[in-house]
Design a protein around this ligand. Structure first.
Ligand code: FES
Ligand code: FE
Length: 455
């Protein structure tokens, strides 16, 4: 079924049957509506504050396909500005990041301040006769800009709820799983590459622990993939408890489509980690979770959550809270993947180097895992286009109806189960709600609340 404007989007995602129509991965009209109804409305991740610490620092990011400048103005306030001159639309910033006093358009020379104000117009007196109202022709500014523990987000829609409300407990926990590791800073440089896939398939995959054994078999066989059971550096350390990690998963379904899904730490594993202490290989060291501040932030549901969070629509907090990945839309069949690596500021150089090396060899264009994943997403996207394939929906029914939530004392719900597809289906369900809603007021009213019963 290709896009039919008479049918609401919730008919493309059958949450009861656990199926999703292939048109949503292929259709140009649907894609264009996503840019407007999801990306132009949502809180989008811009950068980490450590990438723009001083006045004049800027980082070029995207809202959907539109280039935006995240910057700090002279007062040190965060600003997010559409990177398009108000004269003929030219980009006013071409560098990916840096420090500037102002943004000069290289076409005719209009100049904008760090807060987006139009401050300079060549020929203002002679050609415009001082009749151009500069106060009306500044760069387009984001509707709201905010930072959560150093993670900078912006929405173009002033009607959007504040960031804290947008994230809700699950979105906040997703970011806490990185932020609570200490004072983290972004490593210089962001890896960027294009994959021939629909952006939603790349998002869907971050929750997918079903594919690991098959898709990443070569990485496992080569000895590259790290086991989920913590490795120790001391041969004499006690052996970890024997567990089937595929059966030990935790899912959290959050507001507006956020989610967390993946392995959880068992009580035996938590005890084991305390027992072996410093003998744990540093990249597997989970003891930061037991520090009082982290413990309070993560709460009962987060203490043992080791899965992958996604901040809807497209920010993955990856690699056990070491990397951030954006899945940026570039057409129905193209996705630009960005990888940020973050490390605690005071991390010893040796561990920091090891972490960066792991990051570069796991994801990104040279990543062992992303090369496997990218091929699959590319083939899946190709197979959504044909008129024959279009007649047959995709299946997201694993464990459907059997995911029973537990409610914590602070009201957070989580589902402990085995490998499953709850978070993927939740994402598509939220996607349909965003696409059907006409505006923020409508979305707030019509969205499905975090489920109380079995999903
Ligand atoms: Fe920017 Fe003309 S397009 S000054
Ligand atoms: Fe993968």
């Amino acid at each position: 079924m290709l896009y039919d404007s008479t049918k609401p989007f919730h008919t493309y995602v059958d949450a009861k049957a656990g199926t999703v129509d292939r048109a949503i991965f292929a259709d140009q009209a649907i894609y264009e509506m996503e840019l407007e109804r999801i990306f132009a409305r949502a809180w989008n991740f811009m950068c980490h504050e450590s990438q723009i610490p001083k006045a004049g620092d800027f980082f070029l990011s995207f809202i959907g396909e539109e280039s935006v400048i995240a910057t700090r103005d002279k007062k040190g306030e965060l600003q997010v500005l559409l990177n398009s001159c108000r004269h003929r639309g030219n980009a006013v910033c071409r560098a990916e990041m840096g420090n500037a006093r102002s943004f000069l358009c290289t076409y005719h020379g209009w100049t904008y301040g760090l807060d987006g104000q139009l401050i300079g117009v060549p020929g203002y007196k002679d050609f415009y006769h001082e009749q151009l109202d500069k106060s009306q022709w500044g760069l387009v500014k984001a509707g709201k800009v905010a930072s959560y523990k150093g993670f900078v987000f912006a929405t173009m829609d002033p009607e959007a709820p504040d960031l804290d409300e947008y994230l809700g407990p699950v979105g906040r926990l997703g970011l806490d799983l990185m932020a609570e590791k200490g004072d983290v800073v972004a490593v210089e440089g962001v890896q960027k590459n294009l994959i021939g896939c629909n952006w939603k398939l790349a998002v869907d995959n971050l929750y997918d622990w079903y594919h690991v054994q098959i898709s990443h078999a070569s990485s496992t066989m080569s000895g590259y993939s790290r086991p989920l059971v913590p490795a120790v550096v001391d041969e004499g350390a006690p052996k970890p408890p024997q567990q089937n990690q595929q059966m030990l998963h935790r899912v959290l379904l959050g507001d507006y489509g956020h989610g967390i899904s993946g392995p959880r730490r068992s009580p035996e594993m938590r005890e084991y980690q305390q027992l072996v202490g410093d003998k744990i290989e540093p990249l597997n060291d989970d003891r930061w979770r037991d520090e009082p501040a982290a413990k309070a932030a993560l709460g009962e549901a987060g203490a043992d959550t080791r899965g992958h969070p996604n901040i809807f629509p497209n920010l993955w907090v990856a690699s056990g809270g070491t990397q951030l990945s954006l899945r940026l839309p570039r057409g129905p069949g193209q996705c630009e993947i960005w990888w940020f690596t973050l490390v605690p500021r005071d991390m010893p150089k040796e561990t920091r180097d090891l972490r960066i090396m792991r990051a570069n060899h796991t994801f990104g264009p040279a990543g062992m895992l992303e090369q496997d994943d990218g091929e699959n997403w590319d083939q899946s996207t190709r197979a959504t286009r044909g008129p024959i394939a279009q007649r047959y929906p995709l299946n997201f029914a694993m464990n459907l109806g059997l995911g029973e939530p537990t409610v914590t004392a602070d009201g957070v719900r989580y589902i402990d189960t085995h490998i499953n597809e709850h978070a993927q289906l939740w994402t598509y369900r939220a996607w349909a709600e965003w696409m059907d809603a006409d505006n923020w007021a409508d979305l707030k009213k019509s969205r499905t609340p975090t489920p109380v019963g079995a999903v």
